[in-house]
Write a protein that binds this ligand. Structure first.
Ligand SMILES: Cc1cc2nc3c(=O)[nH]c(=O)nc-3n(C[C@H](O)[C@H](O)[C@H](O)COP(=O)(O)O)c2cc1C
Ligand code: SF4
Ligand code: SF4
Length: 656
């Protein structure tokens, strides 16, 4: 027997009993022969018994971007060359993106050992050491899955993993995202099977309410309450939508779940559909996520084959189908009413609420929209009970939160932390702090709707309310760390430019107001040197005076969350980094050395050997001198393009 589908097809097991019979055959009334077959299949699927070495390769987008495909090809070639037999299993991402390409080796009867930063050049030595000599490739070992190998840490004791608590990401990077059998043997679909056997629809809603789960898509609305509204609607047709639009700059949590454990998402969606009484669902995923879409298609296909999606799911009278809708990647299409319009084939523009989608959503029918991470929490809640989940986290924020930790941090990646952990612990304990001996400056949390938080509030807890209090928000999970080389005016410019480009243009405060805000911010780092235009300088001060008032109007009068939160990055900058704004405004300096127009370029005469390369490259002939003597920059002619710094091979030009 190779797979559970063969069991299903041999029809010896009732569909209702299928999942528990496959994972727990001892308790079922089946022949001893079949029992033994299932037990041995389960051991294979769990990699407890195998005849050949197993090679797991992290092949999420991060792994592939680091060359996982090339590593896989190199491994295949090497195995062929040495005439070695081994099974290669592509997995998703375990979260430690900084260490990609990650390859795990498991020899028969041994622990699985993980190796990081593997390149094709490593492969001949790596295969010889790990498979031929059955030893450890110490140069690149990360850790083992379990204890017992001298000198090798258990992977969960590495600083990057130690403080994490994995619920959503429990299978990511561990099991194959391509195999329904592997998902089932690791506890998959047991939550679905449990509710179909013994929960009424209301029981499911109540359990989710009890858990205290709040939506992970940004707003943090209680998921159980949302389901209850939809459950209470009297309608023949209801819809369920998974929001996988994920547009926040710096965020990649949803993509990683879709690529690494898509079955968990689908199971959460089926449970949601059962609870509210929906028979049709959509996954709205941006087309820029081709790998995620490919894996979702494979997942849906396998679930249909197994009778887990479609008519009479697992022998019940419940029907549910899922379709993928590819979004074109407009940020505003993540807003739920715009997303609904987009699925209906209209231009993705938000609509005023109420009515809320739970009452009147897709094609006017009751619709529940939840985020990928929200759905990915559901199976664990059902398996362990709402009370179990409610015990994790803080008073108002239960469970865990997945963050995409990126920027100036030693170990970037995907981390899942219990609510209540502090921002400092995430940056320094999990992320390993700031690389290259630089100082921490800020963490940008909550995407364009969030804010930049300085060291003084780093002890804030990860909790919806606490983050709001300090001027940021949980958002969907972007967590961008910035060091002293980041200019906060520049950061504000980046987010406002993003918002300005992404505004759907429906309402004036968002469309025009963010444009004015961006103009004001753009004027701050302009030098005006060489021009006599006093009006420009006057406008700079006038703009700054009106900035906060303009921000308030945009917040109060915009229709959707995009406009309502657009000023947040600027406001948090003014709140925590006022000095930096003042340096730009009054001293005409950029302390971080980022705003080129405010920098003065100088040749360090002690280092310059007079090669003259910079003078030849300078587009404004601002560099003068004679060969073999130090050159000089004529400040009034310099247009601050930075070309001289890029050109000089001796680092003889500085800007500050
Ligand atoms: C401009 C804008 C963009 C949004 N983008 C997303 C997104 O990419 N993914 C997401 O799940 N929610 C996004 N949201 C939030 C959704 O509108 C909605 O609240 C969420 O999908 C509900 O799911 P949840 O309750 O599980 O969080 C966005 C909201 C706004 C205002
Ligand atoms: S706030 Fe902005 S994005 Fe939202 S509806 Fe108005 S113009 Fe469109
Ligand atoms: S910054 Fe540009 S314009 Fe100024 S001196 Fe260097 S190369 Fe010339």
């Amino acid at each position: 027997m190779n797979s559970y589908i063969e069991l299903l097809e041999s029809n010896q097991i009732e569909k209702k009993e299928f999942i528990s019979a496959c994972t727990n055959p001892e308790n079922h009334n089946i022949s001893a022969e079949l029992k033994n077959e299932i037990i041995s299949l389960n051991k294979n699927l769990k990699y407890e018994i195998h005849d050949y070495p197993l090679i797991f390769i992290g092949m999420g987008t991060c792994g592939l971007a680091s060359g996982a495909d090339k590593v896989k090809t190199a491994i295949e070639k090497e195995l062929l060359k040495l005439n070695l037999k081994a099974q290669i299993i592509p997995t998703g991402c375990i979260g430690y993106c900084a260490k990609e390409v990650i390859v795990d080796i498991k020899l028969p009867g041994n622990l699985r050992i993980s190796y990081g930063e593997i390149t094709p050049n490593d492969i001949p030595k790596f295969i010889r050491k790990t498979i031929v000599e059955q030893d450890i490739y110490r140069e690149k070992v990360l850790g083992s899955f379990g204890n017992g190998i001298e000198g090798i840490k258990n992977i969960s004791d590495l600083p990057f993993f130690r403080r994490q608590k994995k619920i959503v990401l429990e299978n990511c990077g561990i099991i194959s995202p391509l195999s329904i059998d592997e998902y089932i043997v690791n506890g998959g679909f047991s939550a679905l099977s449990k509710i179909l056997k013994s929960y009424s629809r209301k029981d499911v809603v109540d359990d989710i309410i009890k858990s205290g789960l709040r939506g992970r898509g940004g707003g943090g609305f209680p998921t159980g309450k949302k389901w209850e509204f939809a459950y209470n609607q009297k309608s023949e047709i209801k819809y369920l939508i998974c929001n996988a639009d994920e547009g926040d700059p710096g965020a990649f949590m949803d993509r990683s779940v879709l690529e690494s454990d898509p079955f968990k998402l689908i199971e959460g969606m089926i449970i949601g559909a059962y609870a509210i009484g929906a028979c049709f669902g959509y996954i709205y995923c941006r087309a820029e996520y081709p790998l995620a879409i490919e894996r979702l298609e494979n997942t849906i296909h396998q679930c249909e084959n197994y009778g887990i999606l479609g008519e009479n799911i697992l022998g019940s009278d419940f029907n549910f189908k899922i379709k993928i809708k590819k979004g074109a990647g407009a940020f505003v299409c993540g807003e739920e009413t715009a997303l609904i319009a987009s699925i209906e084939g209209k231009r993705g523009m938000p609509k005023p609420r109420p009515p809320y989608p739970a009452v009147s959503g897709l094609w006017g029918k009751p619709t529940v929209i939840n985020n990928v991470e929200t759905f990915a929490n559901i199976t664990s809640i059902i398996k362990n009970g709402g009370e179990w989940f409610a015990k994790i986290g803080t008073e108002s924020s239960k469970g865990t939160k997945v963050f995409a930790l990126s920027g100036m941090v030693e170990f970037s990646g995907l981390v899942e932390v219990p609510m209540g952990i502090t921002l400092r612990e995430v940056v320094f304990d999990i992320g390993g702090g700031i690389p290259n001996g630089k100082k921490f400056k800020a963490v940008q949390i909550g995407g364009p709707s969030g804010g930049c938080l300085p060291d003084s509030v780093l002890d804030t807890k990860v909790d919806y309310e606490s983050l709001k209090q300090v001027g940021a928000m949980m958002g969907s999970g972007g967590f961008v760390v910035m060091d002293e080389g980041t200019c906060m005016v520049d950061v504000a410019k980046f987010f406002l430019t993003f918002i300005q480009n992404e505004s759907c243009g429906k309402c004036v405060p968002c469309r025009e107001g963010t444009k004015r805000m961006l103009e004001i911010i753009e004027r701050i780092p302009i030098s005006y040197k060489g021009t006599t235009n006093k009006l420009d300088q006057l406008q700079r001060f006038k703009g700054i005076i009106h900035l906060e008032r303009l921000a308030e109007v945009i917040q109060d009068t915009s229709l959707c969350g995009l406009g309502q939160s657009a000023p947040n990055p600027v406001l948090s900058g003014l709140r925590y980094f006022k000095d930096e704004y003042e340096s730009h405004l009054f001293d005409r300096e950029c302390p971080a050395g980022v705003c080129k127009e405010l920098l003065t370029y100088k040749v360090i005469t002690e280092i310059c050997n007079g090669c003259g390369l910079c003078a030849r490259k300078c587009p404004s002939e601002a560099i003068v001198g004679e060969a073999k003597h130090p050159y000089t920059i004529v400040e009034s002619k310099c247009i601050k393009c930075g070309m001289c710094i890029e050109t000089c091979r001796f680092e003889a030009i500085e800007a500050n």
